[in-house]
Design a binder for this molecule. Sequence first.
Ligand SMILES: Nc1ncnc2c1ncn2[C@@H]1O[C@H](COP(=O)(O)OP(=O)(O)OP(=O)(O)O)[C@@H](O)[C@H]1O
Ligand SMILES: [Mg+2]
Length: 282
Amino acid sequence: MEKLITIENAHFSYPAADENAKPVEVLKGISLEFEHGELVAVLGHNGSGKSTLAKLLNAVLLPTEGKVTVTGIDTKEEDKLLEIRQHVGMVFQNPDNQIVATTVEEDVAFGLENIGVPSAEMRVRVDQALQAVGMYEYREHAPHQLSGGQKQRVAIAGIIAMRPDCIVLDEPTAMLDPQGRKEVMRTIRLLNRDYGITVILITHEMDEAAQCDRVIVVDHGEVRMDAKPEKVFSHVQKMRAIGLDVPQPTELCDLLRQAGYDLDPEIMTPEACAEAVAKLFQ
Ligand SMILES: Nc1ncnc2c1ncn2[C@@H]1O[C@H](COP(=O)(O)OP(=O)(O)OP(=O)(O)O)[C@@H](O)[C@H]1O
Ligand SMILES: [Mg+2]
């Protein structure tokens, strides 16, 4: 099957701030492929280029060098912009900036109206999208009365109503409380598992990355690691050097290993950690 997204040696520089300044290269030769159905986390410290990379995926930005394709379409093809954006939808950090209408269902319908979906089909798609994110009962509510997590799920519904193959979420839980974070992560995993939507999740939360199938670590505009989360997090020192943490269970096991205990470096979940530590006492 055709790759969903390919990035070939992509470079990106923002234009120089003034005549005397030089453009700063923010992405320095990134090559990645994304398959249909993947659940991928992108990690990296502040300013490493994650959001810039995300914007290359649906032609908000074009690479200054190299190539990005979405279902085989080069993102430089101007007349395919709408098609590209329908394949790859984006969700951002602040749910308040993404809400445009006065009721939840109007908000979810907004993008569909813009692309001229007939009203009967619109009804079906809005209802399905709201059901998929668990917000159907709130369809007649005013968005500003919802919690942060609920608003973010409405924003996600607005994107999936467009029936994209892929959603890119740029720190969607950063402004939410722990309850909101959990709701949004549960929704994201469900959309991936039950609806087959490819998810690319940019996050600073290691426990969220641990719930994905693949983790990409970006550092200074380059891909430093790209593997299963257990593998990535087993490189505790390397992650620290890049300025990133590892999940707490991995950290605990790492400390115990340094103290001479024999533990699997790929332990990542609290359950696996508890089991391994209990074995040490047997
Ligand atoms: N519009 C812009 N014009 C000029 N420079 C920019 C612009 N947007 C971002 N940058 C710079 O590009 C670099 C990468 O920024 P980017 O937003 O992609 O990083 P990030 O990994 O998403 O960071 P964060 O974790 O803080 O969201 C940073 O040094 C940033 O200052
Ligand atoms: Mg960012």
